[in-house]
Design a protein around this ligand. Sequence first.
Ligand SMILES: [Zn+2]
Length: 308
Amino acid sequence: MMLLISLFSVFETRASTTPLDCKKVTPAVEIQSGIFVRPSHNGILFKDENIANIGFIVGDKAIAVIDTGGSIDEGKRLICQIKQQSNLPIRYVINTHVHPDHTMGNSAFKAENTTFIGHKNLTHAVGILSKTYLRRYNEVTGKNVSDKTIITSYTSVINKLNIDLGNRTLTLTAVQKAHTNNDLLVFDNKTKTLWMSDLLFHKHIPVIGKSGSVNGWLELIKRLKKNKIIKNFIPGHGPLQINWDDASNNQTRYLTLLRDEIRKNISTESDLTHAMESIGLNEGSKWQMFSTFHKRNISYIFSELEWE
Ligand SMILES: [Zn+2]
């Protein structure tokens, strides 16, 4: 058994030190001038890679990364994709929220001397969740990534923060509870593009985090729908070509249905199991990954609304 373990760790060490050939990495997609996205495909956390839309924005003097993916290898491939486009310094890594498919590539950027930026609640969320994420990642992949790779020090966004990339300012806004309690919106003032990350799901079923709020999320989308300045929207999961009205209406329909039906359920003193078996079944054909996330959404929203 010991021999097996040690052979395994030698293999792991070798595998993780195999140099990455950046020329073989598929380039990121430039969806607006200077805004590049490494598109996602549907998948399961820890088991599959590239399951969130992540990317970077290039100014005249510097680059900001928006989320780093679900593994250090994903982060390294993102660095390749950046170098394919520009040799400017990667000055900022912005984590839109704590979820592992957005943050576990962070340590690939340590050597780049970047400043990590997150919502004011992010440091706390990293403190309580990241070691569990890493343990599950190691269990699922059979790897042995050390918790020393976890980034714990962030520049906090309390309300709003502008960062200057050279002739290009990004405005970061800390959101009240929505998808989680540590969501950031990233707005590129140059192209009027709002990087929404997991505040917008497109075709992929919306997923609410345990610390999130269905009421807060619905309120945020309502406010954004009134905003006439924003021209382009980037979702955290699902295809990048979106019609904002359709995408936001679909998400609002799903979350409103869950909220209203769960409220009814709670008021008639039905239990959570009944809610999970009966609510929102007609939505099944409208979303990808429905069976993976729908019941969990009900369970989290149930705990939020139980205490209204
Ligand atoms: Zn998320």
